[in-house]
Design a protein around this ligand. Structure first.
Ligand code: HEM
Length: 418
């Protein structure tokens, strides 16, 4: 990308320091032991760690593993299938490989078309204002000179998207309950445990069963204005459709809740907020991508070794586990700087690589854009969006802010009529 006036600000040591300090706090609050342990390996492209596996911290090596589907799999000992198959069933993308996996991705493609995600985000799927409601309320409160908690707004937004996915009208209660259900399941996962206990599995299945009950009804009714109904139209069996809905809820909720407040925090801390929200928006994408690179909302990817192989000079055998420390691979490219050229090995690695590349990326970007589109018109006429008090979330799977206050600084007269 072209280097603009932002490059100098992005390279400003003092400003960048605030970003790095807050990110460190967010990461350590979530994983006080695992995060420092993983970061300690950052200068070793590949390291064998007893009881954990072969840890990869180099983007080029990570890409090789992710693209080599003959030797590395998401199914098998130590892979995500150990965690998710007992809860979601055997065919939910993230625990599939090969031709069946490719066929399921093709079938689900239309659910994530640009138009479909726009509708999901606008709430038209579920027949209500959905997240538009939470965002409009945020705009009105900011415009009136108030303070909002962006973490709460994004939680409402994510809950509304879940409602859209399962085909529920996004009432306040439904949004809250959907979000609580998703968090109850992801909250059980711990980095140091490879499987959930029997009682955790039973509890997670009950919670998901309840959450996806409306999805089952929508699937059976075959109403193509709902996501489950559309999945039926696309040829998915009821079991596959329910598994896919469960997988979307589990993969797509906390990542967004993690990322959006951290994006705004980083833009504030580095002096990039105005350019992130500027009209025209040509700097929006580089800022968002760079914030994804330094936050890495999915900090690790797991693979089970299918056949003997060599990874970054280390021999691995069938049944071993490879842990891609995506957080090390991506952050190794330096501190936040939207003006810097992006190493092709690192580019989009935060969304994975190869056949399991994040299917929900268009939905994630649409959700980010919805928040930025709401804030952009407020940051005009000399007013600026500023970050106030914030509080990292403790002991969560995906590092995040528990609370992050936003307000407007500058002339207080209403600029938008929001
Ligand atoms: C900033 C937000 C997000 C990030 C950083 C992210 C990151 C990732 C990564 C790294 C993977 C690959 C994991 C691997 O190969 O082991 C992945 C897969 C996936 N993501 Fe996302 N994700 C995000 C949002 C979403 C959303 C909103 C959805 C919505 C439904 C979603 C759905 C999925 C699914 C279904 C897969 C599995 C794809 C497959 O196995 O074929 N993600 N994501």
């Amino acid at each position: 990308m072209t280097a603009g006036p932002g490059v100098a600000a992005g390279r400003d040591g003092a400003v960048r320091g605030a970003e790095a300090r807050w990110e460190e706090r967010v990461q350590r609050a979530a994983h006080p032991v695992a995060y420092p342990a993983v970061r300690a390996l950052r200068h070793r492209p590949v390291a064998r760690v007893p009881r954990v596996g072969l840890v990869v911290s180099d983007a080029a090596v990570a890409r090789e593993v992710l693209l080599d589907v003959d030797r590395f799999s998401k199914v098998g000992p130590g892979s995500p299938s150990d965690l998710w198959t007992p809860i979601l069933g055997p065919s939910v993308l993230l625990n599939m490989e090969g031709a069946e996996h490719a066929a399921m991705r093709r079938a689900l493609g239309p659910i994530f078309s640009p138009r479909a995600v726009r509708e999901l985000v606008a709430g038209r799927e579920s027949g209500g204002p959905a997240m538009g409601g939470a965002l409009a309320e945020m705009a009105a409160r900011l415009d009136a000179g108030g303070t909002v908690d962006l973490a709460a707004v994004v939680a409402a937004q994510a809950g509304a998207v879940i409602c859209g996915l399962v085909g529920l009208p996004p009432t306040d209660a439904a949004v809250r309950e959907s979000m609580a259900a998703a968090q109850a399941v992801t909250g059980m996962v711990r980095l140091h445990r490879r499987r959930l206990t029997t009682s955790q599995v039973a509890h997670a299945r009950r919670v998901l069963e309840e959450l996806t009950a409306p999805a089952r009804d929508a699937y059976r009714a075959g109403d193509e204005s709902t996501v489950p109904g559309r999945m039926r139209g696309l040829g998915l069996s009821e079991r596959e459709a329910m598994g896919a809905v469960g997988a979307f809820v589990l993969t797509g909720t906390e990542t967004i809740q993690s990322f959006v407040p951290r994006l705004l925090a980083i833009a504030h801390d580095t002096g990039w907020m105005e350019r992130l929200l500027a009209s025209g928006g040509e700097l929006r994408r580089p800022v968002v991508e760079e914030a994804l690179r330094v936050t890495v909302p999915t900090p690790a990817m797991l693979r089970s070794v299918r056949a003997d192989a060599v990874v970054g000079g280390h021999r691995v055998h069938a049944g071993d586990r490879v842990v891609i420390a995506t957080v090390n691979c991506c952050r190794g490219a330096g501190a936040f700087d939207p003006g810097a050229a992006v190493d092709p090995d690192v580019r989009h690695l935060w969304f994975g690589a190869g056949p399991h590349f994040c299917l929900g990326m268009p939905l994630a970007m649409a959700q980010v854009d919805a928040v930025l589109d709401t804030l952009a018109p407020l940051a005009t006429g000399g007013r600026r969006v500023v970050v106030g008090r914030r509080r990292p979330a403790r002991r969560v799977l995906v590092p995040a802010y528990r609370g992050l206050e936003l307000s407007l600084a500058g002339p207080q007269a209403s600029q938008t009529g929001a």
